[in-house]
Design a protein around this ligand. Structure first.
Ligand code: PMP
Length: 350
């Protein structure tokens, strides 16, 4: 007898970017991590939270991540009742779909965007409606009124790197009867963001991650901002101790060191602009990016060839399995030195 639900038994599952064991011997540009460490205050805060001989680890963390919600509320200008902290933004994306879409109900996403949304829908048994993109990066054939339970919009888009303009997103919010979840994982690298739309539209949720701009991928931290009634629902279904003590303390410290954060984002943005220009000079097509990665196509539009040649030189970039994207590669922005080495390798590879 097969005891598994058929959708779980048959699903492929999300495959994260390759994480080599000997990570230090690679130039690793495949999972959009920050090349710089987090603020030094993060490490201090972790030691403090451990306490003498780990004394504090004996006790449970704050179930509501209360200090962290307050720190995030202060930074973003929201009451803490509008904020939920998550074990990586992946956790809250998962809980959003669990809260809104039952088996057989419809959710929507944009193709291409973050492929994990489809995995979450599969687990839930929800139906997925997929909207393509036009050549000028707008959503193709979006209906006047979209009645699905939830629509995931990644802005800035991953893996392509462009951002939708605010008026455009606002128009989508007006056309959705269900939730519009705007995944702003990369917004800290962009010229603008749409977080304020949460105050204007009761169906808008914005999610953020601390994995990229705050360099905390290893600690698993993200959040969602939405009306208190949505946050209250998400609070009911999350694991009650979803963030451990060290992650909470680390994130408060990171949020409070804004000068360090801004400096790290600026360096990455500057390197991104330099790398983009250099690639254009050698005949690559590069989508102007608002993120900490670039989506690029080599002159022969053969992403696989270049991926393999870089791999042979211990430079790891992302070749996406989607046939629509096989002509290109997604390359995370590393340090200036890492990008100079990558550029030299690309010139050699031709
Ligand atoms: N959304 C997008 C668009 C992403 O690229 C990622 C990172 N893979 C996430 C969410 C998940 O981030 P986190 O590390 O916070 O779970």
């Amino acid at each position: 007898m097969n005891r598994l639900r058929p959708n779980i038994r048959d699903m492929k599952g999300y495959v994260p970017g390759f994480q080599p064991d000997d990570v230090a011997s690679w130039i690793k540009l495949n999972t959009n991590e920050n090349p710089y460490p987090p603020s030094p205050r993060v490490v201090e805060a972790i030691y403090e939270e451990v306490g003498v001989d780990g004394a504090l680890l004996r006790t449970y963390p704050s179930a509501s991540s209360s200090k962290l919600r307050e720190a995030a509320g202060e930074l973003y200008g929201f009451d803490p009742s509008w904020i939920i902290m998550a074990n990586g933004s992946d956790e809250v994306l998962n809980n959003l779909i669990r809260a809104c879409a039952g088996e057989g109900e419809e959710i929507a996403l944009v193709h291409p965007s973050y492929s994990y949304y489809a995995t979450l829908a599969e687990v839930q048994g929800a139906r997925v409606r997929c909207f393509g993109l036009t050549d000028d990066f707008r959503i193709a054939d979006f209906p006047e009124r979209y009645e699905g339970k939830l629509f995931f919009l990644t802005s800035p888009n991953a893996p392509l790197g462009f951002a939708f303009p605010q008026e455009y997103v606002e128009n989508l919010a007006q056309r959705c009867s269900g939730l519009l979840v705007i995944d702003e994982a990369y917004a800290d690298f962009a010229d603008a963001n749409v977080m304020e739309l949460v105050k204007k539209y009761d169906n808008v949720v914005v999610t953020r991650t601390f994995s990229k701009s705050y360099a905390l991928a290893g600690m698993r931290l993200g959040l969602a901002i939405a009306r208190p009634e949505i946050i209250a629902a998400l609070d009911k279904i999350r694991d009650h101790y979803n963030l451990d003590r060290l992650a909470q303390a680390a994130c408060v410290a990171a949020l409070q060191d804004q000068p360090y954060f801004r400096n790290s984002c600026t360096r990455i943005r500057e390197t991104r602009e330099w790398f983009t220009q250099e690639l254009i000079v050698i005949g690559y097509q590069v989508i102007p990016s608002q993120t900490n990665f670039v989506f690029v196509s080599p002159p022969d539009r053969n992403g696989k060839r270049v991926y393999e040649a870089l791999y042979g030189r211990k430079i790891l970039v992302r070749l996406l399995s989607d046939p629509l994207l096989a002509h290109g590669l997604r390359i995370s922005i590393g340090t200036r030195e890492e990008m100079e080495l990558t550029l030299a390798a690309l010139k050699e590879i031709g």
